[in-house]
Design a protein around this ligand. Sequence first.
Ligand code: NAD
Ligand code: TYD
Length: 350
Amino acid sequence: MKKIIITGGAGFIGSHVVRRFVKTYPQYQIVNLDKLTYAGNLANLKDIENEPNYRFVKGDIVDLAYISNLFEIEQPDAVIHLAAESHVDRSITNPLEFVMTNVVGTVNLLNAAKNIWKDDYASKRFYHVSTDEVYGTLGDTDMFTENTAYDPHSPYSASKASSDHFVRAYYDTYGLPTVISNCSNNYGSFHFPEKLIPLAINNIKQQKPVPVYGKGENIRDWLWVEDHARAIDVIFHTAATGTTYNIGGHNEWKNIDLIQLLCAILDKKLGREAGESAKLITYVTDRAGHDLRYAIDATKLKNELGWEPSITFEEGLEKTVDWYLANEAWLSDVTSGHYQEYYSEQYNNR
Ligand code: NAD
Ligand code: TYD
């Protein structure tokens, strides 16, 4: 039976990847390795936590001795690496934490995989999940392709760019069987409400100000998280070793237009008068070094591996808003931090 360590599986995207792999591949053993930082929440995986092919392990990828030992014991056939510090604003206030987890943590995993696979790489795979933010920012019309030069601006994107370079260095130098994907902004269920879409939904619902950075003219290319998880599945199973794929939604939105759309959807769903929620929009000081536009050209993934987004943005956003309205307890647990007390008690007592 194939054993896959998925790192960061208690986070937003990681939980969707873990769920997809556990449900779709009963023949795989899935080990979810996560430190349970503020962004990790095992409530994201309640529905699959008792599946026989799933196991959770609490651990820090920065801890070299721990990771080396874990890999020796587990002997995984593959790694899908999502664990990271992921929020640009936090990277501006605490860059070093991003270097530790995103760069040092990634190198620790690469080393551990190399050491246990001992150059016998047949049917092994190290899949590194990365971001389009490594490419920097775009003008009005161009798009990021797999050949776009790296030009990161935030400490977050600089740390992810560095981790990508290390993954490629391990392929070039040691032949480690690596694959990388760089994806655009995700949205969907279990998204921590520090990021734009869940934060806006939560604030609109609670009639709190919705902060718009600068003039709200920055553009992001939004992809439904379950489509990202499906792309990871396809790439994991079919990409050639040493390759990179961009993943994106062909779905560009100016922040202010997106927030206006969310206000209109929530006005309807909450029975408010049209235009009422938009009064919450509050322009605030711009983020330092704020990238203007991201847009992904995912032609390579479509032409070579046949992946395309499965739903429209309108459908995905509707599903997402409905999920947040139906999951009041999840939202209040993560905004109060209650989930951390609960799960750290459970795992620290083992
Ligand atoms: P997230 O912040 O929701 O989750 C990150 C997870 O990693 C959490 O469960 C956290 O506990 C865990 N983690 C953090 N530090 C750790 C450590 N030192 N050791 C072990 N576990 C640790 O992030 P996300 O939005 O789900 O992103 C997942 C991955 O996808 C990241 O690598 C990110 O760079 C990449 N990505 C995210 C997006 C996006 O829109 N969110 C887009 C493209 C790529
Ligand atoms: P975010 O969700 O933090 O993702 P990223 O910075 O990785 O793209 O932000 C998405 C966009 O929304 C980005 O241009 C910054 C902007 N933004 C706001 O205008 N207000 C907010 O409160 C947040 C969190 C983000």
